[in-house]
Write a new protein. Structure first.
Ligand SMILES: [Zn+2]
Ligand SMILES: [Zn+2]
Length: 338
């Protein structure tokens, strides 16, 4: 029996009668994490990992009907044993483990395998069937260690400061921004954020994640000399808006896994691209899949066909799963989320 099937409303567990990250409103929704394409409004009840509660309330409203589980805690529902395990993607992100009559399925949600200081690290979970994401499921996607990227970002910021220029870094407001904040060298200058970023910083700080001091960029006027020493974190949607005018002659950059692709930086029209993703790269996906010991792999998001073919050639029962998940590194996904 399949413990998860694709329905028009989203991924559905028939024996448990609940959905995982549904894209249409349902009665019971298990949410892997708070990104806009996975956590949507309108569900009657929500269940998520305890560290993700603040994110969900901040994004979907304080009044949602929300139940939480600690990582690893088990819940029995209609004979299905459900537990949530760290996915290493963003604060509170979880893989959903389902066990029913001896069968074990794990739905990964989004994940990355390199540990970072802003969320619990990815934990491989043994299962018979693994539903994996595949946002960067092509062999060309290999991430440099994040320490190298943070060093690049700090050097770029320092060089701009020495030339009297603000450094504007575009990145997704939830997850990526906080990961970058944690990697910044606050000794270089002031750290400013767009209004879309600061509410998430508050949630991270409340959860005990150490972030450097940040200021609202909107509180600074154009003539303020501090702006020319500052780094500014803003969502991609702020690019080209009148909000940018206060920074005068600035240098800009974009932090995303897509920066690994030649031409992306130019298309974005920014001075620099930093290869930083909250998703697993190709070796990370293959490692995670192997760690589960699963014989059957269902692939969602992104390069489904390439990964399905690769796994099939290695003797796994692999197939694609049609979902409506997007990609938070993409500016259009950014605009679609609150
Ligand atoms: Zn995500
Ligand atoms: Zn996703």
């Amino acid at each position: 029996m399949d413990l998860v099937i694709a329905r028009p409303e989203g991924l559905y567990c028939p024996p448990g009668d609940f959905y995982i990250d549904p894209w249409r409103p349902v009665e019971r929704a298990v949410i892997t994490h708070g990104h806009g394409d996975h956590a949507r409004t309108g569900n009657a009840r929500y269940l998520t990992a305890e560290p993700g509660a603040g994110v969900l309330r901040s994004r979907l409203g304080a009044d949602i009907n929300l139940q939480t589980l600690a990582y690893g805690e088990r819940l029995d529902h209609h004979g299905v044993t459900l537990s949530l395990h760290p996915a290493g993607h963003v604060l509170g992100s979880a893989q959903v483990r389902l066990e029913y009559q001896g069968e074990v399925w794990v739905a990964s949600g989004d994940y990355k395998v390199e540990p970072d200081a802003t969320c619990a690290p990815f934990e491989p979970v043994r299962c018979h069937t693994f539903i994996t994401e595949s946002t960067f499921g092509l062999p060309i996607y290999r991430w440099p260690p994040q320490a190298v990227i943070f060093e690049q970002i700090n050097s770029w910021w320092r060089a701009n400061r020495d030339q009297g220029k603000a450094s504007v870094l575009f990145c997704y407001a939830f997850g990526k921004a906080q990961r970058i904040l944690h990697g910044l060298d606050a000794g270089i200058g002031p750290i400013l954020v767009h209004g879309a970023v600061e509410p998430l910083n508050r949630v991270y700080r409340d959860a005990g994640v150490a972030l450097p001091e940040t200021h609202y960029a909107g509180d600074f006027i154009r003539s303020d000399p501090l702006l020319r020493q500052a780094i500014v974190l803003a969502p991609p949607s702020a690019g080209g808006s009148s909000w940018m005018k206060r920074f005068g002659d600035y240098s800009d950059a974009f932090a995303s896994g897509w920066m690994r692709l030649r031409g992306t930086r130019r298309r974005r029209g920014v001075d620099r691209g930093f290869v930083l993703s909250d998703h697993a790269d190709w070796p990370g996906l293959l490692w995670a899949i192997e760690q589960t010991g699963a014989e059957r792999v269902m692939v969602t998001h992104g390069s489904v066909n390439v990964l399905v073919r690769y796994l099939s050639e290695r003797g796994l029962d692999a197939r694609g799963f049609v979902t409506e998940y997007g990609d938070e590194d993409d500016a259009s996904a950014e605009q679609a989320s609150p």
